[in-house]
Design a protein around this ligand. Structure first.
Ligand code: MN
Length: 234
């Protein structure tokens, strides 16, 4: 006899895939910290090439912003210093553990433009006390993403430009060639800690120029070949 669940299962988190009808089902969201030298410096760190470090967001912090539309992000509670971080997001299509660097790219399904929205005051407060970062990083609506572009449609992703403007003024301008840890190295290193699975997303880090936004501000982020993401803080 089939048993009733005591609660309805939560809806799956999905992202649209450019050029395909079927969506991408999100499993986990991993994020790399301080992966551009100038951003490490602006956060008060020496950008030595230490091993990459990771934190997570819950899958349901992800929400899709379709091209040509403006997403609305509610200003979150418990902060007075909400920051944008524009990032390349890698979508994993084939899982694995201890993936060699030379094989990492074969595990990639595609790429997207994402925002790692951050309650900077809470993140730094927790960091200074040696406490976990969740309240600063893993809050609701903290991961707006554009559609996933299949890897084959964006060759040479590792040399593309990445940028973000707030209310039309440039705030972050860099290129993916400045990642301290490359896409392949991030996948390989992360897979030594966690068995990667299809549906995993990896935020690869933000370049310099992070800063605050307030209600009413319009963020427009872009990566060459992956289009734009537009999000207004409300
Ligand atoms: Mn980040």
């Amino acid at each position: 006899m089939q048993q009733e669940a005591c609660l309805r299962p939560p809806s799956p988190v999905t992202l649209p895939v450019s050029g395909q009808a079927a969506p991408f089902y999100v499993r986990r969201v991993y994020c790399v910290g301080r992966n551009y030298a100038e951003h490490a410096r602006e956060m008060g760190f020496d950008p030595e090439r230490e091993p990459p470090f990771f934190f997570c967001k819950p899958a349901d912090a992800v929400w899709a912003v379709l091209p040509g539309t403006t997403g609305s992000m509610p200003y979150p509670g418990q902060t007075s210093n909400l920051h944008y971080e524009i990032e390349l997001v890698v979508a994993i299509g084939t899982g694995g553990s201890n993936i060699p660097i030379s094989e990492a790219r074969t595990h990639v399904f595609g790429y997207a433009v994402g925002l790692d929205m951050t309650r900077r005051d809470l993140q730094i407060g927790m960091r200074e006390k040696g406490r976990p970062w969740e309240v600063g990083k893993a809050f609701d609506h903290s991961a707006p993403l554009g559609p996933i572009h299949p890897a084959a449609s964006v060759p040479h992703i590792e040399t593309r430009g990445i940028r973000l403007a707030v209310n039309g003024a440039a705030r972050q301008t860099s290129d993916l060639g400045k990642l301290i840890w490359s896409i392949d190295e991030v996948i390989s290193n992360l897979s030594t800690y966690f068995a990667l699975q299809p549906g995993d997303l990896i935020f690869t880090g933000t370049p310099e120029g992070v800063g605050p936004v307030v209600a009413g501000d319009l963020m427009v982020g872009a990566i060459d070949g992956l289009g734009e993401i537009q999000v207004r803080v409300v």
